[in-house]
Design a protein around this ligand. Structure first.
Ligand code: ATP
Ligand code: MG
Ligand code: MN
Length: 549
């Protein structure tokens, strides 16, 4: 397949000119120049390109900060390093713990919004999330988990070209993010979408253990049991204190902790382990099923089937699907399933190791920018939000999820196909796992697979030897943009409960729309918060929608 020599951004303006700009607003026009006034910022240069370093220096200085040369003098350390080991090569761990350690996106988004944003969703290392929140130079960070989602920022170069005056206000990211009122939330609420679920909770170890049970049950096809564990995990996720053995009454008050799971919780609090989980971890069957199901396109029932045929290892799988070495497939599949399921699995197997590598936030942002630049060529004036785990604050994601729209709804029809074709021609998309076009929103549909135009792709970033990444592109009409953003932000349990909460109100929710059941009236929320309002739910910040482990 033809490889591109230069990438799409080579002809774009320099990074310094590609800074995101908010639409000018009378009240905040001066804010951008002074939002970091008096702050000391250290820019850790490891893993940053010279252009990015220059960009970050410029942003910090334009924001009124002093860029210091000694990290100990700084309040904020901006870094693209996401691993403790690597960080410790440049920064003493004790020093790191006394700073707000944020990704470059914090600086970019703060600049774009003209205010120092809460650091929670921008923590460079998940293990330093709490100290980063505590040391963040904003008042609003005293409540750690209310950090606004960074993902509504526009692609930088894209914003430059965007005629922002022509974008209706309701498709722009909000000027001020609503604040989640933690005091008003009830951690025993029935639906997880009415509770605050941080990325990492105070009982995370317990959640991780119970999540192994959830996965085990799922792989065994025991859906009801899997859901019980998923609900229990979500319940513990929003419990705001560290649990201990003496908290009997408190644990009993938590929703979805039945007798069996209660015992497991006790066992964990007593011994730090759960016997059944330990046994699962040691079991060959669980290990193989997990391995098989980690291949894109292999679900639990196929995994069990493969196990029943005697397959155990990756090598067995490769032999079964006749994969020879790393597979290079030139053709893009534009018709889902046209070449059969096995073909998809063969491709996925060849890509398995690459696609298993987590994607750091900076790379998610880079991929978003590259795609927005290409989309600008195909259809100028689109807006987008990076959704999925990134938007919930994950420091590394398994894929990149982006929701797009255009203020002129007619321009969104067929756009997904056009964009994917363009990306493929540019060598940026190597495979398409799924491509679907618009269907009318159907209130009677029972399953929740939405009817938005979307493409699940394999993306190759435009640099030599770049790791290929899974990228999901979702196109919504402008009137369903916010339902799509909410529907694709996740997490899975949060979405599930959002549908249940909608149902309890006589409504139906999915990414492609909201319908009232009795008269089929369709609702078009004009903001993300309105989605919550329609269902009578409190506003939950994206960083608090981590209802899964
Ligand atoms: P990660 O990608 O890091 O594993 P994630 O939360 O982004 O975490 P995804 O599988 O990318 O996980 O899904 C993101 C969200 O998009 C999910 O929470 C789900 O609500 C939604 N989603 C995923 N696939 C579909 C689909 N086919 N139809 C509708 N919604 C979907
Ligand atoms: Mg994702
Ligand atoms: Mn995804």
């Amino acid at each position: 397949m033809k490889r591109l020599q230069s990438n799409s951004s080579s002809s774009s303006p320099s990074p310094l000119q590609k800074r995101p700009k908010r639409p000018p607003s009378p009240s905040s026009s001066n804010a951008a120049s002074n939002f970091l006034h008096g702050r000391n910022i250290y820019i850790l240069q490891a893993k940053l390109t010279p252009a990015t370093i220059a960009e970050l220096f410029a942003l910090a200085e334009k924001g009124g900060a002093t860029v210091v040369s000694n990290p100990e003098d700084a309040e904020v350390v901006v870094t693209a390093v996401g691993m403790r080991k690597r960080l410790e090569r440049h920064l003493d761990w004790e020093v790191a713990k006394s700073k707000a350690l944020v990704t470059p996106a914090w600086l970019r988004d703060s600049f774009a919004q003209g205010q120092a944003l809460p650091c929670g969703s921008y923590a460079a290392l998940s293990s330093l999330h709490d100290t980063t929140v505590a040391n963040c130079p904003t008042d609003s960070d005293s409540e750690p988990e209310v950090a606004p989602a960074p993902s509504t920022a526009y692609s930088k170069s894209h914003t430059q070209k965007l005629d922002i005056e022509n974008i209706p206000e309701n498709l722009l990211p909000p000027r001020t993010f609503p604040k989640t009122d933690l005091a008003k939330l009830d951690h025993t609420a029935r639906f997880s979408c009415a509770r605050a679920s941080p990325l990492t909770c105070l009982n995370q170890g317990l959640c991780n253990e119970l999540d192994v049970m959830r996965r085990l049950r799922e792989l065994e096809g025991e859906e009801r049991s899997a859901l019980s564990y998923r609900r229990a995990v979500a319940s513990i996720k929003s419990y705001p204190r560290k649990l201990s053995l003496s908290d009997h009454a408190e644990i009993h008050r938590l929703p979805y902790i039945g007798a069996k799971i209660f015992k497991m919780v006790e066992e964990y609090l007593d011994t730090g382990k759960i016997g059944e989980v330990e046994a699962a971890r040691k079991s060959e069957r669980f290990t193989s099923l997990q391995l098989f199901a980690s291949v894109y396109g292999i679900g639990p029932s196929t995994a069990r089937d493969l196990y029943a045929r005697g397959l155990r290892s990756v090598r067995d799988l490769e032999a079964f699907y006749e994969v020879e070495g790393p597979l290079e497939v030139g053709a893009v599949e534009t018709d889902a399933g046209a070449q059969g399921v096995d073909m998809d699995i063969k491709i996925a197997l060849g890509l398995r190791q690459e696609l298993a590598l987590p994607i750091p936030r900076v790379e998610v942002e880079m991929i978003h920018r590259v795609i927005m630049d290409e989309l600008e060529v195909v259809q100028p004036g689109c807006v987008s939000t990076i959704v999925g785990g990134y938007r919930r604050g994950k420091t590394a994601s398994n894929d990149v999820d982006i929701v797009f729209t255009h203020p002129d709804g007619t321009k969104t029809v067929g756009l997904c196909t056009k964009l994917v074709k363009r990306l493929h021609e540019r060598g940026l998309v190597t495979h398409v796992m799924h491509l679907s076009s618009f269907h009318a929103h159907n209130a009677l549909r029972t399953h929740h697979w939405d009817s938005l135009e979307k493409s699940l792709t394999v993306f190759r970033p435009p640099s030599p030897d770049a790791t290929r990444r899974r990228v999901d592109l979702i196109f919504a009409l402008p009137q369903t943009y916010w339902t799509a953003v909410v529907g694709w932000t996740g997490s899975t349990m949060f979405e599930r409960d959002l549908r249940s909460a909608a149902k309890a109100q006589g409504m139906k929710f999915d990414s492609s729309g909201i319908t009232r059941r009795h008269d089929s009236k369709v609702f078009y929320p004009r903001t993300e918060k309105e989605v919550f309002d329609i269902f009578g739910l409190p506003w939950i910040d994206p960083s608090l929608r981590n209802a899964d482990a």
